[in-house]
Write a protein that binds this ligand. Structure first.
Ligand SMILES: NC(=O)c1ccc[n+]([C@@H]2O[C@H](COP(=O)([O-])OP(=O)(O)OC[C@H]3O[C@@H](n4cnc5c(N)ncnc54)[C@H](O)[C@@H]3O)[C@@H](O)[C@H]2O)c1
Length: 516
């Protein structure tokens, strides 16, 4: 027997180790007692902090309305909550509270003929981070119209990026304060606005305490792959902004709203293009005779996509470690401009990007076709991806809000409705374009990205449909309508912004980029 090891190979304890162990056990008991004491004190501590740190830049919601809605929602579903809080697994007060919220909202849209009713979201308070952006703005209005209490958190950095790079949205979007005021005017509904950065934890904590969300939809990231590949500074910004922002959101939930359901936007691009089917988040693997269900392998194709992979790993870890409730939505490429709500007034129009940095494939092709610029297919055009209409994005988020994950479990959905290759998109737009009097052309440009141009692609996407999503197909009539809409904004297009300007292989330090 080795010195210090017993017959089973475990370390033998000497007297000092025993003493250390004794001390450690006493310390553990002391810290347990301290924690018990702390958790009794917590509500008071938070209340004190709340008074001490008001949020400087927000527009304060009416506390009475806010509490009224929340109380009403909980009261209505009290019986479900009671049943859950009496469950045999010894639910704590916090769990019972969380259960009340779950009881209030776990109804799938498939069984909800009232999903579009004016009070469909009664009792839910949804914080939309990135609510001034393309997906976030449409989602905020969609949920607000249906009676969810909505707040927007955004630092408006997307607007600054456009200013820095000389880009503009094709559609003339209004400032966020004006948008929110107009929404109140046309719908009678309030949206609370918190202007600030999720990477600033003090700001985020104050927003959480003030709004008390039951769900937090996190769209608030730098979302362009080309932007993240422009130079080292932007690569670092993308990963810092996205990864740190998401960690802050997870901490804010743990600290200020443990029952809040975190719905985080990831991307289908996290999976890359493997030569096997892409599952919805998890894959069951048998290896050397043993079987396990594991997160599906991720192969992000840019610093942006990689930031999303890191987010997913951090979220899964926090979900398990802290028992919080999270949903990761691996979204496909979103297309379209209108939702019923953004169409309610011209001042509510959503943004539509056509530049080579922020513009996404289908929207960009339609804009190119509408202004008489050939559609720019990168390389062979066999790149295949998942797509969905912006009208489906907002419904998917509503479904996710209505179906929170159980504590300690991260749900993962592949949020897209159809798959197309770039060549297929160009062909569909050519056909639709001819029907509205255009003469669309297609050109091949050297692919600036590092990606496979011909590959196998078969991604699963049944979970959201099982929960009631009725996908909108990308039909000819839709494309014709989008083209007509775009033609009305045709004069706003700056053709210099259309061709790709960011090459994956040439990404370098800013100094080197300037020197070139
Ligand atoms: N648009 C798509 O086709 C698509 C596809 C897949 C995934 N997604 C994901 O959906 C989300 C929304 O995309 P989008 O197209 O609406 O992007 P967007 O750029 O239009 O909106 C993002 C918003 O987040 C805000 N934001 C960014 N960093 C922030 C921070 N640190 N603090 C506060 N606000 C911040 C921006 O100002 C902007 O208003 C992103 O996470 C994106 O990765 C989008």
């Amino acid at each position: 027997m080795d010195r210090g090891l017993d017959k089973d190979g475990l370390f033998l304890e000497d007297a000092s180790a025993r003493r250390r162990r004794g001390d450690w056990a006493r310390a553990k008991a002391r810290s347990k007692a301290k924690n018990r004491e702390k958790s009794r004190m917590k509500p008071l501590a938070i209340a004190r902090e709340e008074r001490a740190r008001p949020c400087a830049e927000d527009v304060a919601p009416s506390r009475a309305t806010r509490n009224g809605r929340l109380t009403k929602g909980i009261f209505t579903f009290a019986s479900a909550a009671n049943a859950l809080s009496k469950s045999a697994n010894g639910a704590t007060f916090a769990n019972a509270r969380a259960a009340r919220v779950r009881g209030a909202v776990t109804i799938t849209a498939a069984h909800r003929p009232d999903a579009d009713a004016e009070d469909a979201g009664k009792g839910q308070r949804v914080m939309i981070i990135g609510g001034d952006g393309y997906c976030g703005w449409a989602t905020a209005l969609h949920l607000s119209k249906r009676g969810y209490a909505v707040s927007i958190v955004d630092n408006l950095c997307r607007r600054s990026m456009d200013d820095q790079l000389g880009f503009n949205s094709l559609s003339p979007i209004k400032g966020i304060h004006e948008r929110v005021r107009k929404w109140k005017e046309v719908s009678g509904r309030d949206i609370d606005l918190f202007v600030g950065d999720v990477c600033d934890y003090e700001f985020l904590g104050a927003a959480f305490k003030k709004f008390a969300p039951t769900a937090c939809v996190h769209f608030g990231e730098q979302r362009s792959a080309p932007y993240s590949m422009m130079d080292r500074t932007r690569a670092v910004f993308t990963q810092t902004n996205n990864v740190m922002g998401t960690i802050n959101v997870l901490y804010a939930i743990k600290e200020f709203a443990p029952e809040c359901h975190c719905i985080k936007l990831g991307t289908m691009g996290e999976y890359g293009t493997p030569n096997i089917d892409i599952e919805e988040g998890y894959i069951t693997i048998t290896h050397n005779g043993r079987t396990d269900t594991l997160p599906y392998p991720k192969q992000g194709g840019s610093f942006y996509h990689l930031s999303k992979c890191h987010d997913s790993a951090n979220m899964l870890f926090c979900t398990k470690a802290w028992g919080i409730r999270t949903t990761d939505l691996n979204q496909g490429v979103v297309y379209g401009l209108s939702t019923d709500e953004t169409d309610m007034h011209p001042d509510l129009v959503n943004r539509l990007d056509y530049d080579a940095v922020f513009g996404t494939a289908l929207n960009r092709f339609c804009i190119q076709a509408a202004v008489g610029h050939p559609m720019t297919v990168y390389g062979k055009g066999g790149q295949t991806r998942g797509f969905l209409n912006i009208r489906d994005t907002v419904r998917c988020i509503q479904i996710a809000c209505d179906n929170p994950a159980p504590p300690g479990e991260m749900k993962i959905y592949n949020q897209f409705t159809e798959q197309f290759s770039v060549n297929e998109l160009a062909a569909m737009i050519t056909e639709a374009g001819k029907k509205v009097g255009l003469n669309p052309e297609v050109i091949t440009v050297p692919n600036p990205r590092t990606e496979m141009e011909e590959h196998y692609y078969n991604a699963k996407n049944s979970k959201l449909q099982d929960l009631g999503l009725e996908p909108i197909a990308m039909r000819g009539e839709f494309l014709e309508g989008l083209l007509k809409q775009i033609i009305t904004y045709k004069d706003r297009v700056d053709q210099r912004l259309i061709l790709p300007g960011v090459n994956w292989k040439e990404s370098a330090s800013v100094a080197e980029v300037i020197a070139k």
